[in-house]
Design a binder for this molecule. Structure first.
Ligand code: ACO
Length: 327
């Protein structure tokens, strides 16, 4: 039977850097607080006229080239995003057109910061079922466009960027070994943006007046559930595939807070030198954190053939999941 293997990666981030020192001039915060509480030193910020799908296309071209395919080889494009160019149509359709991937079915999904991992689960299932062969999985966000720069507890966290991953069908012993995804809608208010949907449409005065079109987060509560949930699903995929944490070459978690990453690593018994962390340079780019970090480590030659990579993510929903991949 076929399953999915990661055949190529790519990334594109805006050139403009927003440092902690610059944020000190916007909200009542300090570089010291942000660094010690989150691990973030700087993040990327899209320019005024920038369009997210253009960044996604650039990352996709790199992933296709690395994987030796051209756009017309794609049968599926999955885009994980909470910040599409526009609500309708799906950004995946805009990307399909810009790439010229005429044969690909394309759609978006919103699983918050777990979006890339949800996409990995779906892509692997489609490939196993014989419904797809060459899948482009994109995580792309312009989160600074939804960050409330009057709320110091959230605006310091978010950054912009896009990562792409090319998944090909394989019968070999590398590729996706196990995935699991979970949801708990009872925690919907932990991380949310109440406005700009059908309850508070963008054209209603209260959406603007009550600042409902910005991300709100209950940080402390989210922190605790995130650590517990990601640890649980990591253990599950390891158990299911007959591996121990000591077999894992790299833990690649969603980059929301370096204290969360350390806590998950500690609970699993994976030391920090085997945890992939780049939050200090990009902040939280939601569904884009994992594919961006993966591409960095692949292109720097740190990830090698045969490595066992444990992915995990947690985000708005609440959603979370884990995946184990043999490189
Ligand atoms: N600068 C200075 N002080 C601040 C700032 C800031 N930027 N933000 C908050 N504070 C203050 C608070 O007002 C509070 O002050 P008080 O004690 O006088 O009331 C104090 O710092 C502590 O605030 P906490 O919210 O308890 O800080 P915490 O240590 O929990 O860190 C953070 C906050 C960074 C948000 C953390 O809770 C976190 O990372 N949570 C999880 C985020 C996450 O995983 N999100 C999921 C993905 S996001 C998505 O899906 C889009």
């Amino acid at each position: 039977m076929y399953h999915a293997a990661i055949a190529g990666t790519g990334r594109a981030v805006p050139p403009t850097i927003l440092t902690n020192a610059e944020l000190e001039k916007i909200v009542d915060t300090s570089d010291e607080w942000i660094r010690t509480r989150t691990g973030i030193r700087e993040r990327r910020k899209a320019g005024e006229g920038d369009v997210l799908s253009d960044y996604a296309v650039e990352a996709s071209r790199q992933a296709l080239e690395a994987g030796g395919l051209v756009p017309k080889d794609l049968d599926t494009i999955l885009v994980a995003t909470v910040t599409p160019d526009q609500p309708i149509p799906a950004m995946a359709c805009l990307i399909q057109n810009k790439l010229g991937a005429k044969k690909a079915a394309a759609w978006d999904h919103n699983a918050g910061c777990s979006g890339w991992l949800y996409g990995l689960h779906v892509a692997d299932a489609l490939i196993q079922a014989g419904k797809a062969h060459n899948v482009l999985l994109i995580g792309a966000e312009f989160l600074t466009r939804l960050a409330d720069y009057t709320d110091r507890a959230t605006c310091i966290l978010f950054g912009d960027g896009a990562g792409a991953t090319l998944l090909k069908a394989t019968r070999s012993d590398h590729g996706v070994l196990a995935t699991t995804i979970r949801t708990d809608g009872a925690g919907a208010s932990f991380i949310c943006m109440p406005g700009a949907g059908s309850v508070y449409p963008p054209n209603r005065p209260e959406t603007y007046e009550q600042r409902l079109g910005f991300i709100k987060m209950m940080g402390g509560e989210t922190f605790k559930v995130a650590v517990r949930s990601m640890t649980d699903v990591c253990k599950q995929v390891l158990d299911e595939s007959g591996f121990a944490a000591s077999d894992v070459t790299w833990l690649l978690p969603h980059q929301a807070n370096d204290r969360i990453i350390t806590a998950v690593g500690d609970r699993l018994g994976i030391p920090s030198e085997r945890c992939i962390v780049n939050i200090e340079r990009y902040g939280n780019t939601s569904s884009a954190t994992i594919p961006i970090a993966l591409d960095e480590y692949v292109r720097e030659g740190k990830i090698k053939k045969g490595d066992l990579i444990l992915f995990t993510a947690f985000g708005a929903g609440l959603t979370w999941g884990a995946g184990l991949v043999r490189w």
